[in-house]
Design a protein. Structure first.
Length: 109
């Protein structure tokens, strides 16, 4: 008996034992298990990666918003420090401040 005959006998024995299972279906099954594992169960799975990517995008937009707001506030602060008339206007409008000899009436629209 040659080696090829032994291989064929072993193959036939295996095929008799599992007639519906082919090598292609076994490979596809393990590939599917592998993919499902990495999508759902791995520590760095795809679902958490997409969630984290979304969080990063949201936080990046938030950072940009606060940078713009900080720059706007810095400009307002420099304007208030440089011009006393603007500082007085700001204090009167925002904090309802007045001079000692004044009466202030607030009219809400």
């Amino acid at each position: 008996m040659s080696d090829s005959d032994k291989d064929n006998m072993g193959k036939k024995k295996w095929q008799r034992r599992f007639p519906a299972v082919s090598l292609k279906s076994v490979v596809l099954f393990f590939l599917l298990v592998f993919v499902v594992y990495f999508i759902f169960f791995d520590e760095h799975n795809l679902i958490s990666r997409f969630r984290n990517k979304h969080k990063i995008e949201v936080l990046t937009k938030e950072i940009e918003h606060y940078r713009k707001e900080t720059e706007t506030n810095r400009q307002k602060m420099n304007e208030l420090k440089s011009n006393n008339r603007n500082l007085e206007k700001f204090a009167r409008e925002q904090y309802y401040m007045k001079r000692a000899n004044e009466d202030v009436y607030i009219i809400k629209e």
